[in-house]
Design a protein around this ligand. Structure first.
Ligand code: COA
Length: 334
């Protein structure tokens, strides 16, 4: 079967207005602006004060539809990558579908944490490549503030809220679009990064609330080591099998978990900092939103251009990780 090529035909993002700075965090936990900047690269993050993940997702989605000039009813499929769904069920994607009025689309969520957007982009791409669908909306959205323990200085400094989305459509252009992808999972990583309660293993109870088990738990040191190796290994694998050197790549778009992880990944790939999309200082780790948030900001600034070679790479809870290689086909965003 001849596969259709899939490409991104619109991109947009939404971030809440409220800023939580390192100075603000200094008043909440025993930390300092200097420690946070040196160890993570983060200066501030956004917090959604009212509403849920689906509200941010809808904002990003509406901007995508407006950019592309299509109605919600033209969508075939909506995939939302999130670990902070509005409710355990139904899927946030279904809530987004209803709020958009995307009555011809089916909708589901993907739970792959910080790799969520790439997993969702991979699945969406397959539906376009196989010819099953022509308009697939892929959203990465997380209200991390809803599962962050603001008494735990080792995690509360890291996370923020945001949503960003892309539209996938078929293209006849042979040279442009989504060209390759590679993904991994290793469930043995679950013990290092998870939420202890609220699922079927430990349903919510007075005890789970008292023990603060409804927040994200992370063994940062263990995650740090595997994140660097996982993300750089898979990015190098994608480069090698597409016979790419650092010279061929215009942009590396890494998941924004920690600036030191980003730098180590870029170094391993031989890619200069000037070719790496980095906005972690403004937003922290927004989990499923980081990669499309970078794509949207760089495209809207006119820095991500038609024909650019781009590598997307992510690592997250599960463990999950992967990379995708694409040639950007959207005309200049400026
Ligand atoms: N402010 C001040 N000190 C802090 C602190 C904070 N916010 N958080 C931790 N510390 C302290 C620790 O208590 C420790 O003190 P000790 O030596 O007296 O015990 C010291 O700083 C060093 O802690 P450590 O955990 O070794 O720091 P680190 O350099 O590994 O940085 C993370 C911690 C969380 C920033 C880092 O491990 C990380 O980014 N991990 C991976 C994150 C990630 O990728 N997560 C998502 C998956 S994609």
């Amino acid at each position: 079967m001849e596969l259709q090529r899939a490409t991104i035909t619109a991109v947009a993002h939404y971030v809440p207005d409220k800023i939580l700075s390192n100075k603000d965090l200094e008043k909440m936990v025993d930390t300092s602006d200097d420690w946070i900047v040196t160890r993570t690269g983060i200066r501030e993050r956004r917090i959604l004060e009212h509403g849920a993940t689906s509200d941010m997702a809808v904002q990003a989605a509406q901007r995508v539809l407006a950019n592309r000039g299509i109605s919600a009813e033209e969508l075939d499929l909506i995939i939302v990558a999130t670990i902070t769904s509005d409710m355990v069920f139904p899927a946030t994607a279904c809530l987004v579908q209803a709020k958009l009025g995307a009555w011809n689309a089916w909708a589901f969520d993907i739970n792959a944490a910080c790799s969520g957007f790439l997993y969702a982009l991979s699945v969406g791409t397959r539906f376009v490549e196989s010819g099953v669908h022509t308009k697939v909306l892929v959203i990465g959205a997380d209200k991390m503030s809803s599962i962050t323990d603001y008494t735990d200085r080792t995690t509360c400094i890291l996370f923020g809220d945001a949503a960003a989305a892309v539209l996938l459509e078929p293209t006849d252009e042979k040279e442009l679009g989504i060209l390759d992808q590679k993904f991994y999972s290793d469930g043995r990583g679950a013990e290092f990064l998870h939420m202890k309660a609220g699922g079927s293993l430990r349903p919510a109870s007075h005890e789970t609330v008292e023990k603060r088990m409804h927040y994200l738990y992370q063994d940062g040191k263990s995650v740090f080591k595997v994140a660097v190796k996982g993300m750089s290994d898979v990015a190098v694998e994608i480069m090698e099998r597409n016979k790419l050197t650092y010279k061929d790549i215009d942009w590396l778009v890494p998941h924004q978990a920690n600036l030191r992880i980003v730098d180590a990944t870029a170094e391993r790939m031989g890619i200069d900092r000037s070719k790496v999309m980095i906005n972690i200082e403004k937003y922290g780790n927004t989990t499923a939103a980081t990669i499309p948030l970078c794509l949207s900001e760089w495209w809207h600034k006119g820095l991500l251009k038609r024909g650019h070679s781009v590598i997307l790479a992510a690592f997250g809870a599960g463990y999950t990780w992967g990379a995708m290689y694409l040639k950007w086909s959207l005309e200049n965003g400026k």
